[in-house]
Design a protein around this ligand. Structure first.
Ligand code: AMP
Length: 310
């Protein structure tokens, strides 16, 4: 019989890699694992899955538990939000190995649209409801001490596990501290009649490891996983841009598409022209093509990358 993820012996010698079991980061993590050729089959309802082609076991955990599992050395690697690490007070126990470019959002101080409070300082001393009591507590703690608000005059931070945005409408809070996604730019916040008056933190998903890995034998595998995941992240960030340009314009073209090290310039049968190939950031792609057209580039092609090591 093949080893199952429930046999404790089958975990022996395997690197443990914690993945958010649900929530906003889960699907993107599965895409990263697939892109990194980390193959596994997760049996129904089991939170541990053995990787078929590498000595790794994936452990599916709530994102909020991952920093302490990694920080205490119970698992070797993990993916979670930068905000989650700070909220768990684990920033000294875990090392952020790689930013992953997803899960981008901001932890913001929000008040009702009609509120008289225009800044976090205005809200100091009032009632603030949040799921981020550590980060909100630190932020308002600093403001309170600056404004010398102590005892009953200090800001009252109250924890709730969810539906934070309802707290003001329910009369529980004068303001809240909550995450606002970068791309849907505050749909939930606006639907609840709130607006942001301060940003405490910008965050994104990160790959983390224990500050000092106790088992040195795992280091090469940690490096392999990190390099594979970095390749998938970079492949999502860059495209390859290829075009033809009159030879006398090569200098201008190189300024527009400098590439990561330098663009590849190849001769064409027509020696008045050359072909240029360079990696460019996806987010700048349209402007770069506009600028290439302006200097006389032709046959501009953009290719997505499936994977890369850069
Ligand atoms: P969840 O498990 O869905 O509660 O969220 C876990 C982590 O996902 C949060 O701590 C953030 O790092 C990130 N996150 C939360 N909300 C958003 C959002 N609206 N957009 C992108 N990432 C988010």
């Amino acid at each position: 019989m093949s080893p199952s993820a429930t046999d404790s012996e089958s975990l022996d010698g395997r690197l443990l890699f914690a993945i958010p079991k649900k929530g906003r980061l889960h699907d993107k993590c599965l895409e990263l694992l697939a892109g990194s050729d980390i193959q596994f089959r997760r049996s129904h309802r089991l939170d541990v899955a053995l990787v078929k082609n590498l000595p790794i076991a994936l452990v599916f955990l709530p994102a909020s538990d991952i920093p302490s599992f990694v920080g205490k050395g119970n698992v070797n690697l993990g993916i979670t939000g930068h905000d989650v690490i700070l909220e768990a007070n684990m920033e000294n126990e875990v090392a952020e190995v790689l930013r992953l470019g997803f899960g981008k959002c901001a932890l913001q101080v929000q008040v009702p649209e009609s509120s008289p409070f225009k800044s976090a300082e205005d809200l100091a001393g009032k009632r603030v409801v949040t799921s981020f009591e550590v980060l909100a507590g630190k932020h308002f703690g600093e403001i309170d001490s600056r404004l010398q608000l102590t005892g009953d005059a200090a800001t009252k931070i109250e924890y709730v596990g969810g539906s934070v945005e309802a707290a003001c409408a329910l009369g529980l809070a004068d303001g809240i501290v909550d995450l606002v996604g970068k791309y849907k730019s505050g749909d939930t916040m606006r639907a609840a009649g709130l607006h942001a008056i301060a940003t405490i933190l910008e965050t994104e998903a990160v790959l983390i490891k224990h500050t000092v890995e106790k088992n040195a034998a795992f280091e090469p595998l940690i490096q392999t996983i990190t390099s594979r995941i970095a390749g998938v992240v970079a492949a999502g960030k860059y495209v390859v841009c290829e075009y033809n340009i009159p030879r006398e314009k090569v200098h201008d073209a190189t300024a527009i598409t400098p590439g990561r090290r330098a663009p590849t310039i190849s001769p064409l049968e027509d020696d008045k022209w050359v072909a240029v190939s360079a990696m460019v950031e996806k987010k700048n792609m349209a402007t770069i093509m506009d600028n290439l057209v302006k200097i006389g580039a032709e046959d501009i092609l953009i290719f997505n990358l499936d994977n890369c090591r850069v």
